[in-house]
Design a protein around this ligand. Structure first.
Ligand code: NAP
Length: 646
């Protein structure tokens, strides 16, 4: 929004202005003030009191806060009245000086471009890939795109294609957008990345009700993106892509889909983009006797809301990111909850995990110019690369079975101390829950009152394998746990990436021929030799496990693909195929990096690794590095063909 208008809106109601400023987070408020007025007098004064991006990481004395807040009110009233406020570009030095204080760290310069991009600073869309010369619709029409999947990656890709005027359709198997956020409706579903950062940079949302909002809000937000950018008409719902075959002579993809009524449909596209993600095919383990169970049983991603859990004995198998949300959400209504934990998970507390966003903070994000920008970047910093260096194995580290290095060992101790404080005298539980492997080896779980729930009288935790399932319960460790309902929070078939689509590239080679069942590899996680004009969003080695937001990574990939399309359209390139050398080099680098990182630790089993022990899911890179790798396409990495020329 225009700064003048925003200021007038802020000053329009003096009571709300005072209340909003009084309750806003002090650090983004101060940064907005400096930004608006150029008055830097508080910068050095607050510096010693800020140790990180979250509000709980600042301890600015209240008297100092009062002075700042009073100055903010006066400045807003003055600027609203005079009408002479305008967006002011900051020099890199100014930005760095402010960012360092706001984040309580010496933020390396490589993160400064991310500030501009994440915040669309000053209303500029830094991630948009602009045409470099006039391009007619006759030219863009030669590059129709089919996208598989209308989760948020597919939607963000669609937005960018719409902006570029490139024709596209999104084929979506469900009757709605949202992907995994649409399909997962289990009780307690929510995001464990701060929402003001876990969102599309072009459409920040000031209305998140919680810092870590729930599934329905995420789903509503994705729907709002679709409508705001007018791409709903491009989405073909209730159709599932079955095959995609590349036609070399025409340099086009032939795509077949089937609708819910069993009708076959076909699409002809120059470019095929998969945005199906990796968390969309539920994994239901083949437990002996599963079919004999007489009561309702369902996977967490296919929650059966017709089943009333009130007063029922529920068995929940699986204690990953899903299980930890389901358990506490249902424990009050069930009569008994038996939890089956095959391996142990580290659980971390976040002080704001259950906190609602106050009216004052929402008001500030809407009305105070730059507040949302600073708040978002602070969260980016707090929730992203900070941990990354601590996930590297120190070759000289002695206790390598339990930790990786001094920092990681310290974290281990803190996590154990936290578990002890939560579990109190339940030392029996402590033994069951503390992992042997180093923190972050598997996905770090945010404590959702999990430990407190475990110690309740109506909860059992069995640590070990399930033996079998019988008609009225689950047998584990030779003991029967009676159950009326079974919940399978057992994760997804992530490693069989892109399955069940049958994708055939050059010479009819299938993606399964190249990737096998569980060894997906791609250049930058996006392109694969022998599969020209094919791009993958949220592909191999792009999952974020140290922090960050999946939106951030998607936007990096979407920008890269957009820059590839720009080259194709502007230069009349009909075929773009990554060369094997950059592809192999990149994957060698990924593997070499992973060998030193926590996810390869021999004591860890996880969905991040394939059967051969290779980490196929996670990105080994800090966000800033992946951002730089993908900021623009290097055509030297690609073979190109133009039909006219050939
Ligand atoms: P998951 O992390 O793969 O966890 C599956 C759970 O089921 C694990 O405890 C696993 O045990 C267990 N399991 C699987 N097969 C089993 C078997 N045969 N016998 C006994 N136990 C078995 O799946 P998820 O919890 O659905 O989470 C998947 C991913 O979705 C997460 O890592 C995250 O990326 C995303 N997610 C995010 C959020 C969020 O943002 N809050 C919430 C939910 C999910 P093992 O550990 O021994 O394999």
């Amino acid at each position: 929004m225009d700064i003048k208008k925003q200021l007038q809106q802020a000053a329009a109601d003096p009571v709300k202005l005072k209340e909003g400023v009084a309750g806003a987070h002090i650090v983004p408020l101060l940064m907005s003030y400096i930004h608006l007025t150029g008055d830097k007098k508080y910068l050095d004064e607050v510096r010693p009191y800020i140790s990180g991006g979250w509000d709980y990481q600042q301890a600015i004395p209240l008297a100092l806060q009062e002075r700042i807040r009073a100055d903010v009110v006066v400045a807003i009233e003055r600027l609203a009245e005079s009408g002479d406020a305008e967006h002011k570009e900051l020099t890199l030095e100014e930005l760095k000086a402010m960012v360092d204080v706001a984040c309580g760290s010496d933020v390396p310069e490589k993160y400064l471009p991310i500030f501009y991009e994440e915040t669309c600073f000053g209303g500029k869309d830094y991630r948009a890939v602009q045409w470099r010369k006039p391009v007619s619709s006759a030219e863009t029409d030669k590059y129709p795109v089919v996208i598989a999947g209308a989760g948020f990656s597919g939607v963000v890709m669609g937005v960018r294609l719409k902006q570029a005027g490139i024709p596209f359709v999104i084929i979506e198997k469900n009757d709605a957008v949202g992907g995994t956020w649409y399909e997962n409706t289990y009780p307690g579903i929510g995001v464990d990345t701060p929402c003001h950062f876990y969102s599309f940079s072009l459409m920040p949302n000031p209305d998140w009700p919680e810092y870590f909002s729930k599934g329905p809000q995420l789903n509503a937000y994705i729907n709002r993106i679709v409508d705001e950018f007018g791409i709903r008409e491009n989405i073909h719902f209730n159709q599932e892509i079955q095959t995609a075959e590349y036609n070399e002579e025409r340099c086009r993809w032939q795509i077949s889909a089937m609708d819910k009524a069993g009708k076959s449909l076909s699409y002809d596209a120059k470019i095929f983009i998969s945005a199906v993600g990796i968390l969309n095919r539920p994994s239901v383990p083949n437990f002996p006797g599963l079919d004999t169970f007489k009561g309702p049983k369902f996977h967490s991603a296919r929650w059966d809301h017709s089943v009333d859990l009130k007063g029922k004995r529920v068995a929940m198998i699986g204690t990953g990111a899903t299980g930890i949300q389901v358990g506490p959400a249902i424990v009050d209504e069930v009569s008994h909850l038996s939890i089956f934990q095959r391996s142990k998970h580290w659980v971390i507390r976040h002080p704001m995990y259950h906190e609602k966003v106050s009216e004052a903070v929402t008001w500030a994000t809407k009305n105070i110019p730059y507040y949302m920008d600073w708040f978002r970047f602070q969260l980016f910093w707090a929730a992203s690369d900070g941990f990354h260096p601590t996930l590297r194995m120190d070759p000289s580290w002695q206790d390598s079975a339990h930790s990786l290095n001094a920092e990681n060992a310290k974290m281990r101790e803190e996590l154990i101390a936290y578990a002890k404080s939560e579990l109190g005298d339940r030392t029996d539980l402590l033994e069951k829950v503390i992992p042997d492997y180093p923190p972050f080896g598997k996905r770090m779980l945010r404590d959702n009152n999990w430990y407190k729930m475990l110690s309740r009288p109506n909860v059992d935790l069995y640590a070990g394998d399930v033996d079998e399932i019988v008609e009225d319960g689950v047998i584990a460790g030779g003991k029967k746990y009676a159950a009326d309902v079974i919940v399978l929070a057992t994760g997804f078939k992530a490693s069989r990436m892109l399955w069940p689509m049958d994708i055939k590239g050059r010479d009819g080679v299938s993606i399964r021929d190249r990737w096998g069942e569980d060894n997906p590899r791609a250049y930058l996680g996006i392109t694969v030799p022998e599969f020209p004009n094919f791009f993958v969003l949220y592909g191999p080695n792009t999952n974020l496990a140290h922090g960050g937001s999946a939106f951030f990574h998607s936007e990096c990939q979407v920008r890269y693909i957009s820059s590839a399309l720009r080259e194709m359209v502007e230069q009349g390139i009909d075929e773009l195929e990554v060369k094997s050398e950059p592809f192999e080099n990149y994957n060698d680098k990924v593997d070499a990096e992973h060998k030193q990182l926590v996810w390869s630790h021999p004591g860890v089993t996880s969905w991040y690794k394939n059967k051969g022990g290779r980490v196929t899911m996670n990105s080994p890179w800090p966000l800033s590095e992946y951002r730089n790798f993908t900021a623009n396409i290097d055509l030297g990495d690609y073979q190109q063909k133009s039909l006219v020329a050939s």
